[in-house]
Design a binder for this molecule. Sequence first.
Ligand code: HEC
Length: 445
Amino acid sequence: MDVIGQFPLFYFPEYGSAWMMGITGTIHILASHTSVGAAMLFAFLAYKAYKENRSDLYPYMKKYGMFLLIFSYVIGSITGPGIWYTATAASPRGISALIHNFVWVWATEWVFFVYEVIGVFALVYFIDKIDKKTHLKLTYTFALASVGTLALIIGIISFMMWPGTDAFYTTGSASDAFFGINTFPHMFLRIGFMIMMSGVIGLVISSAMKKENPELSAELSKKMGYVGILGGFLTTFFFMWYMNTLPENAHAVFTISKESIVQSRLVLMGLFSLYFILVIAKPRFLNVPIASVMIVVILIAGLWPGEKLRESMRKPYVAGQYIYSDQIISRDVPGKKIKSELPAIAEKGLLKLNPFIPDRLRTITDENRLEAGELLTKLSCSNCHSLEKTGKFRPLKDRLTGMDKEGVMTILHTIGEGAFPYMPKLKLPEDEYDAMAEYISSQQY
Ligand code: HEC
């Protein structure tokens, strides 16, 4: 092997490429989860409206549907492809692994998605135009399509954490990759969260109806309060199950910041429980500004840390526990005819094997040592640590405070041996370690 399958490095100064993923992902999740949650809520409301002959519920559904169209589907459809672009730049081999394992699952998901997008237009448009029974059936298929997109995507995303079965490595089969032990807890966890989100968003719309129809607004706010509590309870319950289905490396990362995570989750759950209970007890006090602020709260205090946590717990891997975050294949996967690249890198070094290294840096000399060291550090560490003095993302300087070249050299060797469960094992030839240590120590102040 004289070359390893690499792509050009996407280097994002200060914040790191992983944060770019996180930001796009968080916004997308807010939109997509709302849409799936709302699809289930829609089916429930349509059922009630039909069974109890409550035609007063239809205007609410129409408003909710319009909001969904604008909020979830526009934002969702922009940030969805946005994730593809960002992930392709930040983690090309991670995306490649997903495509190679799940190409037909993606294709199926897109069929559901297209149905979902057309469905939401049809639902809103046809509310008063077709008979109620047909409309009810339409909402059912819409809800099924929405949950279908979720179920398929979650199988894929769960594989990023780990396949969850050893069989995958020998068979390489899509179903072994898809049905890992954490797929279902992850799916239910997200369904719980979606239900909660549909309640949180539903409250914005029910409170907006206060002027025109205070009775109905209060009744619906109350209902949304119950929906929110149910969702919150399911999320918490399945989160605990989910945590028990994660690989060892995930627990290693989780333990580092366990206390603050658990504390902040408890505060958040407390806050939302209080919110829902207040809404149920005194629905008339709720207004649009408060209800809207709660969406922002859930975005910033709930989703962002949640996604960051999932991202960190996957470390050192980006997908399937065979591709590291630094884009190197770390183990053999006979089922996919994939070979670990670690032995070749240990022998020949990254500068020789990565096809995108400028020729002047292929061989380390006294003149180019710092530059080569900088490039090696970017290749090996920047996916998880900011290298800049003012960097915000797990900055390397804070982890190596006051270390001279010798100290950095020792750390690099330790990382190379795989002593830290959350960092990629990376054995390099001595001259490459030396160049990195020279560069990193020259950046300490
Ligand atoms: C896959 C992601 C990842 C990569 C790549 C990575 N690290 Fe880390 N590193 C982490 C995580 C996670 C932690 C632990 C949490 C923290 O310190 O914030 C960490 C911690 C550290 C620490 C503190 C060690 C400790 O736990 O006491 C040092 C030093 C460090 N990294 C250096 C490096 C260097 C040098 C590189 C490049 C060769 C590198 N890391 C590459 C994820 C990574």
